[in-house]
Design a protein around this ligand. Sequence first.
Ligand SMILES: NC(=O)c1ccc[n+]([C@@H]2O[C@H](COP(=O)([O-])OP(=O)(O)OC[C@H]3O[C@@H](n4cnc5c(N)ncnc54)[C@H](O)[C@@H]3O)[C@@H](O)[C@H]2O)c1
Length: 324
Amino acid sequence: MKNIIITGCCGFIGYHTALKFLNDKKYKIIGIDNLNNYYDIKLKQSRLKLLNQYSNFHFKKIDITNYKKLFNLVKNLKIDYIIHLAAQAGVRNSIKFPNQYFTSNIQGFHNILEISKFKKINHLLFASTSSVYGNSSKFPLKENYNTDRPNSFYAASKKSNEITAYSYSRIHKIPTTGLRFFTVYGPYGRPDMSLFKFTKRILENKPIDLYNKGKHERDFTYVEDVANIIYAISKKIPRKPTFYRILNIASSRPIKLKRFLSIIEKNTNKKFKIKLLPLQVGDVKKTHASNYELLKLIKYKNFTTIEKGVKNFVQWYKSYYKIK
Ligand SMILES: NC(=O)c1ccc[n+]([C@@H]2O[C@H](COP(=O)([O-])OP(=O)(O)OC[C@H]3O[C@@H](n4cnc5c(N)ncnc54)[C@H](O)[C@@H]3O)[C@@H](O)[C@H]2O)c1
């Protein structure tokens, strides 16, 4: 039996990742989350309720900025892996409210590194983001491209995670994998992300704000693919000399926002009312990742198509919010 800590287990990616491991009875999951109110707590509680149905799941309501509580939790436990997904997410919000990004993402992450060192874990996997690439104009984005010019404090906090994790992995020999997620979407998704917001607005017959005239492109990656990928990567432990790797986690299929909107229209049987707005500070115009390194490592084949992924999301949304 392997013991895994998943931080941010009541969050969108954390929930799906925990489910994936829980269905394999070889794992015991210790889920950590502070259930903060960045978005609707009820959604986090619904995810937690589903996880609590598994006998190999154990939840601890802990804020990762509290080292003492983390330490007391793990001191007598064997911990094999830590999958660190707790963070203050959201690019736009980080420009107005940077404090939470500093405490949760930088200070909290440092606590996770200290715990990883103390428990001599076999593998630390942590969430980074496509935002570290800033407004790059060279596509597809490769892991070795420049990431020194973050557009937002959120991206800066994640870039800082990558650097501190590198130093810890090298100095203390903690096998570590950084995961640069590209626009993850799917059922139980985040209310502050585009698919959720657009679906909500179209079903309520309300207009949507479309920034940069809908010319944005995003490398949408379905959440169950992400959970499957994390599961597979957890077993691929980086070895000498650095004990460290960074991977793009992406389907590598960028979609224009306009096409994305038409797929939502098809699945809701409705038409968008659109309010065009200029490009926002902090936004990047395009994301398109190379997933060459990822596929070299785990040979993942069947990425969910955007048509299927959006369909699943709209079905979930209607059933969760009881919309006919
Ligand atoms: N969803 C995406 O498209 C995407 C893209 C790039 C990177 N990421 C990163 O992936 C990770 C998971 O993202 P998500 O979309 O599931 O976000 P989420 O907000 O749904 O999940 C994060 C969870 O962490 C918890 N949390 C936040 N601060 C905490 C703290 N100080 N202590 C304990 N728990 C805390 C929150 O309550 C939440 O449940 C994050 O690190 C995020 O930055 C996500």
